[in-house]
Design a protein around this ligand. Structure first.
Ligand code: AMP
Length: 271
C-alpha cells in the first residue's frame, strides 16, 4: 500500500477525514532510514492508522533556516514516500515551509525554558523552541492518539514529553530505542554527509558512551573523545534524564561531536 501524499493542511485534513479509529503520528525531517522505520513499525503496531510528517522545519535551524545546515539538509520527498510504501503508512504530510508558515515566521511560539537551553539547546540557541512550536502545530493538525519519538534525540523526546504534559496537548508520547548501523554509529540523516574516513572517526562518540556505560569515568572518556583524531567535541555529559541537569549519578550519558563539518549526537542509558 502506498500512502496518500498531502502537501497542505487542507489536503491533510481531507485525508484524515477518511480515517476511522486511532492515529499514530511519526514526525520526521525526511531522508528516511532504518531509525525512522522503527518508529513507523511501532506506530503501525499500536494504532489503526499511521501518519508520517516529512518537514525540514526552518524554525529549529540557526537563523531560522538561513544557514548551510538547513540548505544542505537532504531533501527528496519522492524517495521518502517510496521508502514508506508497504510499511503500513496511510498518509504522508510533506508541506513546503510556505504551507506550514503562510504568514512567515510565527509571532507566537512555544517556549521550552531551561530544559531547552542546556546541552543541545546551548549549542543551538532557539532550536528546541522551533521543535516545540512545529510539534505543537503537527499535533494540532493531526490530533493523534499517540506520537512517536526516537531515544536518539533524547533531549527532544523529554522536552516533548514535558510539553505535552505541561500544555495538556493530549497524545501519548511513545519512545523508540536508538537504531544503530552494524558499526555502532546511530542511524542519522546526517550520516549521508560523512566520507568513509569521517564515518570511522565518528565512531569515537558511540565508543565513548559505551566506555562510560562500562565504568570509565566521565573526565577520562571526555578527554579521550576530545583527543580523538578529526573529532571536535561539543559536549559529553551525564545527566538526570528527567531534568537534563548534569549529575554524575545520572542515568543518561550524551554527547555531540563535529567530524569533517558534520555534527552528530548520540546517547546511552546507563545501568
Ligand atoms: P529526524 O528526521 O532526524 O528529525 O528524526 C525523526 C524522528 O526519528 C525523531 O524522533 C528521531 O529521534 C527519530 N530517529 C532518528 N534517528 C533515529 C535512530 N537512529 N533510532 C531511533 N530513532 C531515530
Amino acid at each position: 500500500m502506498s500512502p496518500v501524499v498531502t502537501r497542505t493542511p487542507e489536503e491533510l485534513r481531507a485525508a484524515l477525514a477518511g480515517l476511522d479509529g486511532t492515529v499514530g503520528l511519526v514526525p520526521t525531517m525526511g531522508a528516511l532510514h532504518s531509525g525512522h522505520a522503527s518508529l513507523v513499525a511501532k506506530a503501525a503496531e499500536e494504532n489503526d492508522h499511521v501518519v508520517v510528517s516529512v518537514f525540514v522545519n526552518p524554525l529549529q535551524f540557526t537563523d531560522l533556516g538561513d544557514c548551510d545546515d538547513y540548505r544542505d539538509y537532504p531533501h527528496d520527498v519522492d524517495k521518502d514516500v517510496a521508502f514508506l510504501s508497504d510499511k503500513g503508512v496511510d498518509v504522508v504530510f510533506a508541506p513546503e515551509a510556505e504551507a506550514m508558515y503562510p504568514q512567515g515566521v510565527p509571532e507566537v511560539w512555544v517556549r521550552t525554558g531551561r530544559m531547552g537551553e542546556v546541552l543541545e539547546g546551548a549549542w543551538r540557541p532557539g532550536h528546541f523552541d522551533g521543535v516545540a512550536t512545529v510539534v505543537t502545530k503537527l499535533l494540532s493538525l493531526v490530533r493523534p492518539a499517540r506520537v512517536y519519538f526516537g531515544q536518539k534525540d533524547a533531549q527532544q523526546l523529554m522536552i516533548v514529553r514535558r510539553m505535552v504534559s505541561d500544555l495538556n496537548l493530549g497524545p501519548e508520547v511513545r519512545a523508540v530505542p536508538i537504531v544503530r548501523a552494524a558499526d555502532g554509529l546511530a542511524e542519522s540523516s546526517r550520516n549521508q554527509h560523512l566520507s568513509p574516513e569521517a564515518r570511522s572517526r565518528a565512531l569515537a562518540l558511540p565508543r565513548a558512551l559505551a566506555a562510560i556505560a562500562d565504568g570509565t569515568d566521565l573526565e577520562t572518556a571526555r578527554a579521550e573523545l576530545a583527543a580523538a583524531e578529526g573529532v571536535e567535541l561539543d559536549y559529553l555529559e551525564i545527566v538526570d534524564p528527567a531534568t537534563f541537569t548534569a549529575d554524575p549519578e545520572g542515568t543518561l550519558a550524551l554527547g555531540a561531536i563535529r567530524v569533517g563539518g558534520t555534527r552528530l549526537i548520540d546517547n546511552r542509558l546507563l545501568g
